[in-house]
Design a protein around this ligand. Sequence first.
Ligand code: FAD
Length: 454
Amino acid sequence: MSKERIAIAGAGPVGSLLAVMLAKKGYKIDLFESRPDSRQTNIYQGKSINLALSDRGWLALQSIGLDKEIREHAIPMYCRVMHDKQGNLSTFPYGKDNQAIWSVSRAGINEQLIDIAEQLDNVSVHFEHRLADLNFDTVESEFNCKTGKAEFNSDLMIGADGAFSKVRRLAQELPGQRISHSLEYMPQSYMELSISANADGSHKMEKNALHIWPRGEFMLIALPNPDGSFTCTLFLDHEGELSFESLDNQEKVKAFFEDNFKDALPLLDDPINDFFSKRPSSLCLVHIYPWVFNNKVALIGDAAHAMVPFYGQGMNCGFEDCRVMDELESEYNGNWQQILPAYQTARKANGDAIIELAKRNFIEMSELSGDANFLLRKKIEAKFNERYPELWVPLYSMVTFSPQIPYEYALRTGDIQKQIMDEIMQIPNIAQCWQEEHIYDRLHTLAVAKLEAA
Ligand code: FAD
C-alpha cells in the first residue's frame, strides 16, 4: 500500500522539521509557506530573534541525525549574567558542569531545516502559498499564491502555521464540533534591539551567557550570535504607566534607558532611534482542544500551543511534538487513525503545562533572578540535587535538560518542590547556615514525605 500524501501548512522551524522527519519515513510531503523564500530574497520576514535551543529540541534533531549540523551554528550559554541597575554583574549557571542552552537564530535554523527538507526527493516546498481554506473531510486545501488560487489534495494536513494558525481558525468554524479555544494577549510586548560586534569581530560582553537586565515589571535580555553581535529583546508592558505606549518621545526613552540599562546603553546600536522605528510585537498564549480533527487534520507547534518565551521552550516543545509524532508513526506502523489520537493524548497535557510554566517564568526572569533570596534558594536546590539526583531535579533542569521528564510531570513536581523550599527558606538565618548538614537532612525528610507520596 502506498504511503499517505501529507500536506504541512507552515514552513517555520516546526513544519520544516516535521517535513524532514516524515519524508525520511517515505511519505510524500507538500510543505506550504505563506512567505517568500528568505534564502532567495536575503530578507527573513519573520522576527530576527534568537532562540535558546535546549535538550528537548536537541533530542528531536538528534533522532534524525541533524543535531551536529545545527550545532555548528549555535553558541552554548552556560549561565545567565544578571546586570543590576548600577551595572554590577552576577553570574548563575543554568545547570551542572557543561550543561548549556544554545543560542540559535530563528531565521538561521529555519533556513537550515528547509535546505535539508529540499534535499529529499519526496519533499516539495511551496513558498508564497498561503492556506486560505481546507475541507476537513476530504483534506482538499486552497491556497492564495502569486498566480491567484491553487488547490491541492492530500490524505492528511498538519497545521504548523504558528500562533495565528489558519488551520486552527478554520477548525474553530467547523459546524457541530465541540472545540474549546482561547487566545490570550499578555500585558507585555517585545521589541528587538541589537549590540554589534567589536571591530575585530569579538563580542562586547561575555559570549557564552544569556544576559538579563531584570527590572521587575520589564526586562532586557541579550543572546549571542556567531558574528560577535548580540540580539537583544526588550519586554515591557504594551500600555500603561510605564509602557511602549507611554514612552512616546525621545527624552522619555533616553531617560528610561539611562535609568534602567546604564551599562547596556553604550553598547546598544542606536536604541533610541530603534525604539521609534520599530513596532512592539505582542505576546500571546493559545489553548485549543482538540488538536486533531477527523483523524486527518492535526495541529502542531505554536499552532497548537503558542506560549510566552520566558522559559525558552516554544520551539523546543514544537520539536518535541515532531519527535513524538514520528515515534508514534513507527509504533502504529503508519496507521494514522491510531497515530493522531495517540499524538493528541501524549501532547495536549504537556502543551498546557509548558504554557503555564512559561507564563509563570516571567516573574522568575524579570524579578527574582536579581533577588538574593531567590538565588540562595537555587543554590540550596543545586546542592541537594548533587546529593540526591534521583530525588530532586530542580524545575528548570526538569524542563530544560531532562527531555525524558514530561512537562506535565515537571509542573506538578515543581509545585511540590516550591512548597518544600518555602518551608526551608523559613529556617532562621538560612542565609548564614544554608551549607550546614541539618538543612539537607530537613530537606531530605520533606522531599521523601512529599515527593514520594505524590
Ligand atoms: P512559527 O515559527 O510561527 O512558523 C509558522 C510558519 O507558518 C511561518 O513561517 C508562517 O509564515 C507560516 N504561516 C502562517 N500562516 C500560514 C498560512 N495561512 N499558510 C501557510 N503558511 C503560513 N522558543 C524556544 O524554544 N526558545 C526560545 O528561546 C524562544 N524565544 C522566543 C523569543 C521570542 C521573543 C518569541 C516571540 C518566541 C520565542 N520562542 C522561543 C518561541 C518560538 O519562536 C516558537 O515557538 C517557534 O517559532 C514556533 O515554531 P512554529 O514553526 O510552530 O511556528
